[in-house]
Design a protein around this ligand. Structure first.
Ligand SMILES: NC(=O)C1=CN([C@@H]2O[C@H](COP(=O)(O)OP(=O)(O)OC[C@H]3O[C@@H](n4cnc5c(N)ncnc54)[C@H](O)[C@@H]3O)[C@@H](O)[C@H]2O)C=CC1
Length: 402
């Protein structure tokens, strides 16, 4: 029912110490965490070593008490078994990060419409959460802590419920999208083009969630590889990852005519068109997809700001979209594309050999390790944190590629 913690935020949100503090009522304060946040974090620290067992118990409680909810989850729970709980715990942990938390939960609430979730389901989840915490946070649990968790869950669920209700007025719960082309670029990377059954509004740099007919109720995130197009088509770059059910189905099984389901767009890795600051983009592997969309977006706005794209891959053969990127470079004099293979070193190190980058807005997309090292490298190169954007919230890796 709840999605994985989605990649929804910029690097600023990734560093919780840089986010504004609030009191228990959401009012910013510079004094540090609210009392509720402290109690919640204490519980989180206690359950961390038994998170697996607590997760199983949480779902057991949820399904035994509410058998009707079982059908909203995939048949095999192993891949996303802990997503619901993880999302709740992420939200609880970021209780004091009012703006980041609200954006995260609104996105989560909208995204839940595709599962058939409605407001009446939220109390059942809250009761299972409190039940599981009571059982596994034995040392820290008392009336005061329970009251803090109830307030926290009430806040979390209300933001999600309100966002879903608001979204319902203007957008469908999901879209059907037909595969119109399937281009295998390497033995395990495909560019898949889709035609949604009704207009799908999104911004360059955002991602969608996707369900295939072969793995019902299993949803994965994929970034759009193009800015919005006049013909309304959407394209995604998919890498078949080991044991990735959805990604393998998309790369090796999907064919034109197949119909997938899409959830709403998400993510804040978008271009700020109110400035003319230059862009520094790092795309690793299929992470080049949203970077290409950003380049198209800059071009469509007629901007002439400098854009440097560092495109990393393991080998030259894995730079499956280099022809497209070089063609864009030929067309747009403000664009420089720098291919980097592992023989030349890791992508973040290569970026630091150029520069200076202190005046640029930076965008990173690719494997979590690359994004983490890239953020560190860019900060080291003088790019302020608030100018660094990527899709990962704190330490939580989304199941971005299935
Ligand atoms: N919006 C986003 O952030 C998107 C993220 N992705 C993610 O990108 C990943 C792409 O995977 P692959 O194509 O297999 O990439 P890959 O594993 O082939 O790596 C691509 C590049 O990243 C570098 N890299 C990898 N690990 C690194 C580390 N620990 N430190 C520094 N550099 C590192 C490699 O040297 C290479 O240049 C997937 O995990 C997918 O989920 C994909 C599309 C969009």
């Amino acid at each position: 029912m709840m999605d994985a913690p989605t990649p929804t935020t910029d690097a600023k949100a990734a560093d919780e110490h840089e986010l504004p503090m609030t009191d228990g009522k959401g009012t910013p304060t510079s004094r540090g965490p609210s009392a509720d946040a402290l109690l919640v974090r204490r519980t989180l620290a206690e359950i961390a070593p038994v998170a697996d067992r607590m997760t199983s118990y949480f779902y057991a409680l949820l399904f035994v008490r509410n058998p009707g909810l079982r059908d909203m989850f995939p048949v095999a729970m192993d891949t996303q078994r802990d997503r619901l709980l993880k999302a709740l715990l992420t939200a609880a942990e970021h209780l004091d990060d009012a703006p980041a938390l609200t954006a995260y939960l609104e996105n989560l609430g909208r995204g839940h419409r595709k599962y058939g979730t409605h407001s009446a389901h939220y109390p059942a989840v809250g009761e299972a959460l409190i039940g599981a915490l009571t059982r596994y946070a034995t040392t820290t649990w008392n009336d005061e802590t329970q009251a803090a968790w109830v307030r926290t869950y009430t806040t979390i669920s209300q933001i999600m419920i309100d966002a879903a209700a608001e979204d319902e007025r203007s957008a469908p719960a999901w879209w059907h999208a037909e595969v119109v082309s399937h281009d295998l670029r390497t033995p395990d990377v495909a560019v898949v083009t889709l035609r949604p059954d009704q207009p799908y509004p999104f911004l360059a740099g955002q991602y969608t969630t996707l369900e295939t007919p072969w793995w019902p109720r299993i949803w994965r995130h994929y970034s759009f590889a193009s800015a919005p197009r006049p013909d309304g088509l959407l394209s995604l770059h998919v890498k078949a990852v080991p044991a990735g059910w959805v990604s393998n189905a998309l790369v090796h099984r999907a064919r034109p005519g197949d119909v997938l389901r899409l959830g709403p767009p998400g993510g804040s890795m978008t271009v700020d068109h109110s400035t003319d600051t230059g862009l520094l983009c790092l795309g690793g592997g299929t992470g080049i997809a949203p970077i290409k969309a950003l380049v198209e977006d800059v071009a469509e706005h007629g901007d002439r700001r400098p854009v440097d794209v560092f495109y990393g891959a393991r080998s030259g053969h894995d730079l499956y979209d280099i022809d497209t990127m070089l063609r864009l470079q030929k067309t747009f004099p403000w664009l420089s594309v720098h291919p980097v293979t592992e023989a030349q070193g890791h992508l973040p190190d290569a970026v630091c050999r150029y520069g200076p980058w202190g005046e640029r807005d930076a965008y990173l997309s690719g494997p979590l390790g690359m994004v983490r090292r890239g953020v560190d490298a860019l900060r080291g190169a003088g790019v302020p944190s608030e100018r660094i954007r990527h899709d990962f919230l704190a330490e939580l890796a989304p199941a971005a590629s299935g």
